[in-house]
Design a protein. Structure first.
Length: 366
């Protein structure tokens, strides 16, 4: 717990300092429409609420509106939690929701880091578990886990679900998995590790009870689809909304081939080399996970890598990988070599500070 707290405080304070410097020293991106510049409670909280954050905050404030057909792509649990916290704390106006979204994200991040370390300790030594927690915090795009996005909440719920199933707490695993399923579009993939773990535990527990415990996961997704059918007349509105970001169903190799057609950009656009680099990193570590991790984790990691590749786009891959928790277990194992450990820490914090500064001033990162 102390290692997690130290990692959380060191990295989050660093991000706040970087955001403060960026707000005072860097110009705002000229590509941002003026209507996107909305006042928050203070510039620091506001600097963690950019790009997709506005969609989540609009939903938290006014719900899903037919006038915004792209909103179904942003799953409901995170804005619901933000709204609830805002009502409880009496910060339910738009500026207050900016702040509450950041608070919710950071609480979820801390919980997720604790769960990651606890999960790692079931299979590895304390040093590996501690490194996994640190590597989550210093990953170059980890500032998104402190921003007004649903990634940290999903990570906490998915880790909690897997941790519960490893401990034999299947009803808890199913309930947390159901909540994960309505937090991110690929949340239902939590079924992959749970089904494999259930198969491995079949001699210890009744299969039907474990299967029944997983019912909340598809039920939650179907419930959201039923709501979309009522509100938008389309149960698949969350998928069809992806066309706003030029996403469409495509074989993974076709997605990669489409990217390689170029022309390449450094960090933004459909041919971003940054996106491609993070995809290669995740794919390589997913392959290694079949040798180093439990099959349930490796299968889940592989599914999480493949799923975005089915959309015809690599955009936002550096952000998506934050929720691939088996990746940090593999990195934690690799960090037993001091050179690797130093490289991860130095590169992670250095690139992360750069990305945070860009994001705070509305430059696209992921």
């Amino acid at each position: 717990m102390l290692d997690v707290l130290a990692a959380f405080l060191v990295t989050r304070v660093t991000l706040i300092v970087v955001a403060a410097i960026a707000v005072s020293a860097l110009p705002i991106s000229s590509a941002i429409p003026l209507e996107w510049l909305r006042p928050g409670l203070n510039p620091i909280f506001e600097s963690f609420s950019r790009w997709d954050s506005l969609h989540y905050l609009d939903i938290a404030w006014g719900g899903y509106r037919v006038s915004d057909p792209s909103s179904p792509a942003f799953f409901p649990l995170f804005p619901m939690v933000v709204r609830t916290v805002g009502e409880i704390t009496r910060f339910a106006d738009p500026p207050g929701l900016y702040a509450m979204a950041v608070v919710v994200a950071n609480v979820a991040l801390f919980v997720a880091a604790v769960e990651l370390v606890q999960l790692a300790r079931l299979d590895f030594d304390d040093a590996t578990a501690s490194r996994a927690g640190w590597y989550l915090m210093v990953f170059p795009t980890s500032f998104f886990l402190s921003a007004a996005y649903g990634e940290s909440l999903f990570l906490a719920l998915s880790l909690g679900s897997v941790l519960a199933c490893r401990r034999g707490l299947w009803w808890q695993a199913g309930l947390l998995g159901g909540l994960a399923a309505i937090t991110r579009p690929f949340g239902w993939l939590i079924l992959v590790p749970l089904l494999i773990e259930a198969w491995q535990q079949r001699g210890e527990r009744a299969w039907w009870r474990m299967g029944l415990a997983m019912v909340p996961i598809p039920a939650a997704l179907l419930g959201y689809m039923a709501y979309l059918a009522y509100q938008f007349g389309d149960p698949l509105a969350f998928l069809n909304a992806q066309s706003d970001w030029n996403r469409s169903l495509m074989a993974p190799w076709d997605t990669i081939g489409k990217f390689l057609e170029g022309p390449f950009e450094l960090h933004s656009g459909p041919h971003s080399l940054v996106d491609f680099t993070f995809m290669l990193l995740a794919a390589g570590l997913a392959l290694a996970s079949w040798k180093l991790l439990r099959r349930s984790y490796a299968a889940y990691f592989t599914a999480l890598v493949v799923f975005p590749l089915l959309t015809g786009s690599l955009i936002s891959f550096p952000r998506f990988v934050l929720t691939f928790f088996p990746m940090f277990l593999v990195m934690g194992m690799a960090g037993r070599w001091p050179t690797v450990d130093r490289a991860v820490m130095i590169v992670g914090m250095g690139v992360g500070a750069l990305f945070m500064g860009l994001y705070a001033r509305w430059y696209w990162v992921a």
